[in-house]
Design a protein around this ligand. Structure first.
Ligand code: 3EB
Length: 332
């Protein structure tokens, strides 16, 4: 018998997603589809689709967040989300119309997210994912990722949210192939615990050389949800201090990225790879680097770790890969 108790997070293939959603009916917080779109069983909210090719032989990959507790649909100002009493999951896409800048879109996205999470009383952003096309392209004299950072920064300030460990989420920001700004997030009734990487300067303290406003994210966030210890690892790349390391060398960038992740995992109390469960999303800029990256990720985390490989641009043009992750331990 398959358990009706869902894992908090699953990465699924096209042939697994339908049965999974039916089996966890009423417990699904959110579904994000990567790659080719396909019909899915109805859930509380429509799935969010992100146009990023899936590598390794699959056309589509699905990220499903779920809860052991029953999930309630939360709708507010045209936004759909789900809550389980501890976490609120939501997503939105914003169309970029002629004359709009990504800066404006990012600010609008965060204004809406803050209104949404405050309305339902889950005021603590834990984890935010951002995807948008042309991430490294210029827009009005500024790289679009840097413009995105200006808008994100402005909305934190406008909402009176301090820019420090107490109110900054874990995050990732990647390039997609089409569409507009797609964002999904989880927020808690209770705050999580921010974790920074001693090898890296906090992103919100990056110098101005990396853009007029710094990125706002912490390197990792831990939270206990449904009695389970959860550790959300932000997009992690080959950055030491605030500088990109090993420009043009994908092997060394992979090693540096894995060392950064290892450094984060060392801060988990009672980290136990044998007992806990690790899931990764690995973004590679160049398809030809995939076999090497796969080999190194498998050597680091073993075959029990579920890793999804995606073909996407990274938010600094000199970064060749980025890895995000989530670690769960029931015993904690
Ligand atoms: C870095 O460490 C790489 O802008 O939300 C990683 C995770 C990165 C999140 C974001 C950016 C973001 O600066 C890029």
């Amino acid at each position: 018998m398959q358990s009706n108790k869902p894992s908090r997070l699953a990465y699924l293939n096209a042939d697994e997603i339908g049965a999974y959603l039916e089996r966890h009916n009423g417990h699904v917080l959110g579904v994000i589809g990567f790659g080719r779109t396909m019909p899915l069983p109805a859930a509380a909210c429509a799935p969010l689709w992100v146009d990023i090719p899936v590598l390794g032989g699959q056309d589509s990959s699905f990220e499903v967040w779920a809860s052991e507790a029953p999930v309630v649909k939360c709708e507010h100002q045209n936004m759909c989300g789900t809550g389980d009493g501890e976490v609120l999951f939501g997503s939105l896409t914003l169309e970029q119309r002629a004359g709009d800048t990504l800066e404006q879109l990012a600010a609008q996205a965060y204004m809406r997210i803050f209104a949404f999470i405050d309305h339902f009383g889950y005021r603590n952003l834990l984890r935010v994912w951002h995807y948008f096309p042309y991430i490294n392209d210029d827009e009005n004299g500024l790289e679009r990722y840097r413009g995105f950072n200006v808008g994100r920064h402005a909305s934190f300030v406008a909402n009176g949210r301090s820019i420090g460990e107490e109110s900054v989420p874990a995050a990732s920001a990647l390039g997609s192939n089409s569409g507009s700004l797609a964002v999904y997030f989880m927020a808690g009734k209770q705050p999580g615990k921010a974790v920074e990487n001693p090898r890296q300067v906090s992103a919100y303290h990056y110098p101005e050389r990396f853009g007029p406003s710094s990125p706002i994210f912490v390197r990792a966030m831990s939270a206990t949800l449904g009695g389970q210890y959860c550790f959300f690892i932000s997009g992690t790349a080959s950055i030491v201090g605030y500088e990109t390391m090993h420009q043009g060398d994908a092997e060394k960038q992979t090693d540096e990225t894995l060392l950064n992740i290892r450094t984060l995992l060392q801060q988990i109390p009672d980290y136990d790879p044998a007992q806990g469960r690790m899931l990764l999303k690995v973004y590679v800029r160049r398809i030809e680097d995939l076999p090497m990256v796969q080999t190194k990720v498998q050597a680091e985390f073993g075959s029990a770790c579920k890793a999804v490989y995606l073909h996407s641009n990274i938010c600094r043009s000199d970064l060749l890969l980025e890895i995000e992750g989530a670690y769960f331990n029931d015993a904690k």
